[in-house]
Design a protein. Structure first.
Length: 202
């Protein structure tokens, strides 16, 4: 009976170690590059596009997924197993004339997020927009609308960098239910100790 109880305790402790090992860091970097140069001149000129971190098939999108520190081909955001904690959107421009004196409005999923001055690179982090726009479906619709300024601004590309954890939501991933090495070692040590105690008692 004591041996049976000891096995149960060792098994429970091993499962605890395995549970701790489930969550791994993830990072998704989606780069959107228009197929042709996009110029924004005058007032009211606009351009719309979409970021996709669910492994996009569009030729304009290039997604790099890093899971547990390893670049993983064919992987993408999964709302059932991933929890996103941070996001950064970076826009890249070039232009002619005094385009950097111009301004534009940024819309994400149809909602205006603010006005910005043109620059070669503009960084917009999740303190300036709701990361929940991405967590729903892994998609982020973007619209750039020029509001004023002279010169011609050319939109080059957009990079969405999102980080979080995998298997931190709704339990473990069925494809990764392999016990962690620490849990197997703990269970093995428990069995050895129980066997030694039984031989001593005999």
């Amino acid at each position: 009976m004591k041996i049976f109880r000891g096995l149960i305790v060792a098994g429970v402790m091993a499962m605890g170690f395995a549970g701790v090992a489930e969550a791994v860091p993830v990072q998704y970097v989606d780069t959107y590059t228009p197929t042709a140069g996009v110029t924004l001149s005058g007032n009211g000129g606009s351009y719309s596009y979409q970021h996709d971190i669910t492994y996009p098939t569009a030729a304009t999108n290039n997604l790099v997924a890093t899971i547990g520190g390893v670049v993983t081909a064919g992987a993408g955001y999964d709302a059932l197993t991933d929890i996103l904690s941070s996001a950064v959107l970076t826009l890249y421009f070039t232009g002619t004339g005094s385009y950097t004196n111009g301004k534009f409005d940024l819309f994400l999923d149809g909602t205006k997020e603010g006005g910005f001055n043109f620059a070669q690179s503009i960084v917009i982090n999740d303190s300036q927009f709701d990361i929940g726009l991405i967590t729903n479906d892994g998609l982020l619709s973007v619209q750039i609308m020029r509001t004023n300024g002279s010169g011609t601004a050319t939109f080059l590309k957009s990079v969405l960098n999102v980080s979080g954890e995998r298997n931190a939501n709704n339990g473990p991933d069925p494809q990764e239910e392999v016990p962690a090495p620490a849990s197997l070692m703990l269970l093995g040590l428990g069995l050895v100790a129980l066997g030694a105690r039984r031989r001593k008692a005999a």
